[in-house]
Design a protein around this ligand. Sequence first.
Ligand code: BT5
Length: 255
Amino acid sequence: SLAPQAEAAGYSLLAFDSIGSTNSEALDRARQGTPGPLWVVSPHQRSGRGRRGRAWEGPAGNLAASLLLDVTCDPSVAATLGFVAGLAVEQALRISLPALEHGSRLRLKWPNDVLLDGAKLVGILLESEMMMGGRRIVVVGIGINVVAYPENAPYRATSLAASGAHLSAPSLFETLSATWLACHAQWRNGDGLPEIRRQWLTRAAGVGEAVAINTGSEIIRGTFETIDDAGQLIVRQADGSLKTITAGDVHFGAA
Ligand code: BT5
């Protein structure tokens, strides 16, 4: 079920009871010539994917949603769609569950997670591809822990149900398909990230605080200053210099 606005805007929807990965399905459909915008949605994935080859786990009842989009903008601009998705998810959660508004329980974590009470509730995976004939697509994959979360994560995770928030995945998705439209329109009209960046920063976790970022090749420590218009993280290091980080895993606190 798509919100009526999404249907009117020409979005289509493919729903599965169970699937390998909604991102993989969206990529496959694109390779077969299916045009965007297309949502692929399922309450259960058997081989959900995270960043850097990691797995995204979850039992039936959670929400996996991937949006296939055709893009014409520069790849570095398209990469900022993950921030649009983060904002859209956060808005959809606030609309669906007004109680989460209190005390800013929902926070965005760089690059694209959504935290609830400091624990990971949502993961977002952006993938892009250049197709035959010069067609360029982006798949924005969103995983939301509606009913459960894995216990073995190396950092704290949570679900809506664990926080006493009972909501069905289909109704959350319906709201998300509408908030996505509004956030995406702001992104397009703002010519990329600037407006989205401003909103993202007001809802972000850890700005002005100590962070350690594992980039895969090194660990960078400092103070989380801001993000730039390309969505890169800017860290002030102990010697006062600024470091720009394109990709990595953020840990809050000095440890
Ligand atoms: C992410 O990766 O957070 C991106 C996850 C994107 C999942 C969506 S679901 C729809 C679409 N289809 C897909 O196949 N994927 C997308 P990353 O930051 O790398 O976090 C992955 C790490 O989080 C794992 O290594 C685990 O430690 C942990 N993790 C796995 N499942 C989790 C869950 N359900 N909740 C919280 N943490 C989890």
